[in-house]
Design a protein around this ligand. Structure first.
Ligand code: FAD
Length: 385
């Protein structure tokens, strides 16, 4: 069994894979094209499956300590009426933990700190991956050539390695929604840990952090590439008459803190997550819409499953076959469910279907909602030792 891996991409997926491979005794290099880590996003929700994966990677405790549990909140209308209440305590009883909210940069830092210095090479853009004789793969990063027993392509939704391995695959497509988000500069008086509010083709949500600040996001159905000269002013205009605390969250935000990205997804599922000694992981393998808050959680599941397969199978190729068999059906099912959740949620625009959906949501008992959530959150990780 080989012992060295090059991981392309230092996002949550790539770093988690690096921590997993280190835990099973592999030498790991992570190459990340960004020269500095200054834009690692706003906030993130971690469900039980992601938290269990983090436990297996040895960082679950530190992540929980830096997170805020989402016990209260739910889904609302723009006027403030509740469509569904979140019962974090019931979720905790059912699956062992409520959902946890954490600044993305903190999660990223905690994963980085679990790696020895020098593992992550910033400013290193990987080129194509090639076979380098029997039992080795080669990645070129500018002048540097890296040979390894395994390459993990964790290079995100726009993965060039995926394009190279699957030239006939259509690649990512625009989901129809664009997202603006930020973390507030100061603490905001919030009554809930987590909320989503659905208008017609529009969503506003927040996740509270332990220090009282919060991340908020606004999702809009707009043509791809739409940009605003003053994004915060545009959001104030669109959301000024939505319920509290939405205007207050926008007021507590610095204009230059607002990030704006189009949401792209891998709508055509990949036929495999493994080719020879190359494994695809995270968004590179299964970029999904964020409607279930599961993209990073699935990447964390990938990382643990990959490391576990490498300890149990006799060859790297056999381990990657197992990784593909275990990960593809589940992650692709979650991606389908996320797309469906978006269609029934933020992307619904016509008043009649919106009214029907809202009525159905108000009538759904919370135990049914918990059962639906558990379909994705209930996951038992393989052990890494
Ligand atoms: C608005 C929004 C909200 C979300 N909320 C949640 C949530 O609450 N919970 C959740 O679980 N998920 C959430 N997600 C999904 C989650 O953010 C992603 O699934 C996850 O971050 C993917 O991680 P990754 O490491 O696979 O990819 P990325 O984070 O995209 O990382 C890929 C990395 O590869 C690098 N790279 C690319 N090409 C190269 C190259 N050639 N050489 C070297 N480096 C390269 C990139 O610079 C990048 O750093 C959300 C997503 C969005 C858009």
């Amino acid at each position: 069994m080989g012992k060295s891996a090059v991981i392309v991409g230092g996002g949550i997926g790539g770093l988690a894979a690096a921590v997993g491979l280190r835990r099973i005794g592999w030498e790991v290099t992570v190459v990340e094209r960004a020269p500095v880590l200054d834009d690692v996003g706003a906030g993130i929700s971690l469900a039980a499956n992601g938290l269990r994966a983090l436990d297996e990677l040895g960082v679950g405790k530190a992540v929980r300590q830096a997170s805020r549990a989402q016990y209260s909140g739910g889904t609302r209308t723009p006027e403030g009426g509740w469509l569904a209440r979140m019962d974090g305590a019931a979720l905790e009883k059912a699956v062992g933990t409520p959902i946890m909210g954490i600044p993305r940069a903190t999660l990223h830092r905690l994963l980085r700190e679990a790696l020895p210095a020098g593992t992550l090479l910033l400013g290193s853009a990987a080129g194509p991956v090639r076979q380098a004789g029997p039992g080795a793969v080669r990645v070129g990063c500018g002048e540097t050539i890296l040979d390894a027993d395994l390459v993990v392509a964790a290079d995100g939704v726009g993965s060039k390695i995926r394009d190279h391995l699957f030239p006939a695959h259509p690649g990512p497509v625009y989901s129809g929604s664009t997202v603006l988000r930020a973390i507030t500069e100061q603490a905001v008086a919030l009554r809930t840990d987590f909320e989503l509010t659905w208008g017609h083709g529009t969503e506003f949500g927040h996740i509270a952090f332990p220090d009282g600040r919060a991340e908020w996001h606004a999702v809009l159905s707009l043509p791809a590439g739409t940009r605003f000269t003053d994004p915060l002013a545009e959001l104030r205009r669109r959301f000024h008459d939505w319920h509290a605390p939405i205007p207050a969250l926008l007021d507590a935000t610095r204009p230059d803190a607002v990030l704006h990205h189009d949401i792209n997804e891998l709508r055509t599922p990949l036929p495999s997550y493994a080719v020879g000694r190359i494994a695809l992981l995270g968004d590179a393998a299964h970029a999904m819409t964020p409607n279930l808050g599961q993209g990073a959680c699935q990447a964390l599941e990938d990382a643990v499953t990959l490391a576990a397969a490498l300890t149990t199978e006799p060859t790297v190729e056999a381990a990657l076959t197992r990784y593909d068999t275990e990960r593809r059906p589940r992650s692709q099912a979650v991606a389908r469910a996320a797309r469906q959740a978006g269609r029934m949620g933020q992307q619904l625009t016509h008043p009649l279907p919106v009214a029907l959906r809202n009525t159905a949501m108000r009538m759904t008992p919370s135990r049914t909602a918990i059962r639906m959530i558990l379909r994705h959150h209930a996951w038992t990780p393989p052990h890494l030792n």
